[in-house]
Design a binder for this molecule. Structure first.
Ligand code: NAD
Length: 262
């Protein structure tokens, strides 16, 4: 499957408690693997009841629907007890869903569901867990290259543009407490989410991507781990595309390749 070597564990995460949402598979699972390898104490969460992939990893698992405010409050209260005065050092707002329908076809309930998970979820998570954080803690939101362009699934694209706004507001508000907030924008990454993407979408994505391949979950995880670590101590309010250059090229590669007869 992946031709990409797993990156080396990031230094400086040893013993730090980090919460990851949407951790049962895909990019969330890759992030948990890397953070555990780097010595972090990871609380992996997901909407599913069981996450068998996590059984083989030294991480705790807890069911959490990110759109459920009461569930976040309960998690915050339990963590507060468990941490026993230690700060929570990280939150990765990774859970996300897509709904591939266009503007004219999107039903209200689909719009609401996508925004509840992709945008309201991270907002509730930050509200609940930021009070447990202190100087040096880090929040990483998982956006999308769709947050940098006009990708056709309107609810998904709008939710991820909204997440950029939330990231900048949170970075501004939490900066005085030394809490950093950044957003990573994956391009086309091979996970369950893209497994059934239309072939035309995958082909077009490859034609638009300077590195001429899709990405792997581990390649996003390494950037997430960097942002959680002190190596990124002066990085906040930043947006980092992890997309093989697709949003940087902004369609120009497609044109240049045609002109060159490729
Ligand atoms: P995935 O479908 O493999 O994983 C998403 C995870 O989120 C699943 O484990 C799912 O159970 C969980 N989840 C769904 N609803 C939830 C909820 N209400 N509460 C908690 N967990 C919930 O997809 P992925 O590619 O690993 O996606 C991870 C993140 O990356 C998402 O935010 C997604 O939007 C973003 N992203 C993915 C791609 C890509 O190409 N795969 C590109 C850009 C951005």
């Amino acid at each position: 499957m992946s031709s990409v070597a797993h990156p080396s564990p990031v230094p400086g995460l040893d013993g730090r408690t980090i919460v990851v949402t949407g951790a049962a598979g895909g990019q969330g699972l890759a992030a948990v693997r890397l953070l555990v390898a780097a010595g972090a104490r990871v609380l992996a969460t997901d909407v599913v009841a069981e996450a068998p992939e996590l059984d083989r990893i030294d991480a705790s698992y807890r069911q959490l629907d990110v759109a459920d405010g009461a569930a976040w409050e309960l998690l915050a209260a339990e963590l507060d007890d468990d941490l026993d005065g230690e700060p929570l050092r990280g939150l990765v707002n990774n859970a996300g869903i897509t709904h591939r329908s266009r503007l004219g076809e999107t039903r209200r309930e689909d719009w609401d569901r996508v925004l509840a998970v992709n945008l309201t979820g991270p907002m509730l998570g930050i509200q609940a867990l930021a009070p447990l954080m202190s100087d040096g803690s880090s929040i990483v939101n998982i956006g999308s290259s769709a947050a940098l362009n006009a990708h056709y699934p309107v609810a998904y694209t709008s939710s991820k543009w909204g997440l950029r706004g939330l990231t900048h507001v949170a970075a501004t508000e939490l900066g005085s407490r030394g809490i950093r907030v950044n957003i990573v924008h994956p391009g086309f990454i091979e996970t369950l989410m893209t497994e059934h993407a239309p072939t035309a979408m995958r082909d077009a994505q490859l034609a638009l991507t300077p590195l001429e391949r899709v990405g792997q979950a581990e390649e996003v995880a390494s950037v997430v781990a960097f942002l959680l670590s002190d190596a990124a101590a002066y990085v906040t309010g930043a947006e980092i595309p992890v997309d093989g250059g697709s949003t940087s090229s902004a369609g120009v590669k497609f044109m240049a390749d045609r002109i060159a007869g490729r």
